[in-house]
Design a protein around this ligand. Structure first.
Ligand SMILES: Nc1ncnc2c1ncn2[C@@H]1O[C@H](COP(=O)(O)OS(=O)(=O)O)[C@@H](OP(=O)(O)O)[C@H]1O
Ligand SMILES: Nc1ncnc2c1ncn2[C@@H]1O[C@H](COP(=O)(O)OP(=O)(O)O)[C@@H](O)[C@H]1O
Length: 200
């Protein structure tokens, strides 16, 4: 489909933007069940980075599923397309020099592998927010689990749709054992060296 698209050589490169920002760009991808803590943790990590002078942007269901992806459902095919588009949007943001935080259930392993391919492995940090279904259901932040148990919501991840847990995430957070502040600190400590322009 894109065979007749010939790229134009722009004068300002990604390297120029990184140099101006004085940090590398990176995609922090949070995956886990609904209610596991992805948005809560991503939000606090962004605060910490932003307050440290890093240029950041957060992508989540609120700004993606209500906008660019408002045509997509929660079927397996639409989730795949959801994640693919988000990865492409994130890739543009990486090119613009940002540290992008993305918090999506992203339940399928092959879809998460596709993100790596789109943004290139070196730019991608996979963070598995590992909270048991029992605990997510107990929290039921949005009342979705209750509705799913009543059969009012179809394809609910963990109940009537699968969640394929990452086997080798870069970081795993167990929110039932670790407090939020420690999780945030662990993530920030892990990524800080990766943002340094001097590190290869
Ligand atoms: N069927 C079903 N399954 C899972 N989640 C559901 C569903 N229906 C609505 N929601 C709400 O939508 C949010 C998940 O959207 P995502 O774009 O992250 O999902 S996915 O990555 O495409 O699987 C998810 O947000 P979070 O709770 O922040 O994870 C839910 O609030
Ligand atoms: N250690 C923890 N880390 C993250 N969230 C936690 C933790 N302990 C309890 N919570 C609570 O769990 C809920 C997680 O909700 P949210 O961040 O919206 O999850 P998600 O984005 O994965 O759907 C919040 O109400 C949050 O306060």
């Amino acid at each position: 489909m894109s065979k007749n698209i010939v790229p134009h050589n722009y004068h300002i490169t990604k390297q120029d933007r990184l140099k101006k920002n004085n940090h590398k760009s990176l995609l922090l991808w949070f995956t886990g069940l609904s209610g596991s803590g992805k948005s809560t943790i991503a939000n606090l990590v962004e605060n910490a980075l932003f307050n440290d002078g890093i240029n950041t942007y957060s992508l989540d269901g609120d700004n993606i599923r209500k906008g660019i992806n408002n045509d997509l459902s929660f079927s397996a095919e639409d989730r795949t397309e959801n994640i693919r588009r988000i990865a492409e949007v994130a890739n543009l943001m990486l090119d613009s020099g940002l540290v992008v935080l993305a918090a999506f259930v992203s339940p399928y392993k092959k879809d998460r592998e596709n993100i790596r391919t789109i943004v290139k492995d070196v730019n991608f940090v996979e963070i598995y927010v590992n909270t048991s279904l029992e605990e997510c259901e107990r929290r039921d932040v949005k009342g979705l689990y209750k509705k799913a148990r009543l059969g009012e919501i179809k394809n609910m991840t963990g109940i009537s749709a699968p969640y394929e847990a990452p086997e080798n995430p870069d970081i795993e957070i167990n929110t039932e054992e670790e407090n939020i502040e420690d999780s945030v600190m662990r993530i920030v400590d892990f990524i800080k060296p990766k943002l340094n322009l001097k590190n290869a």
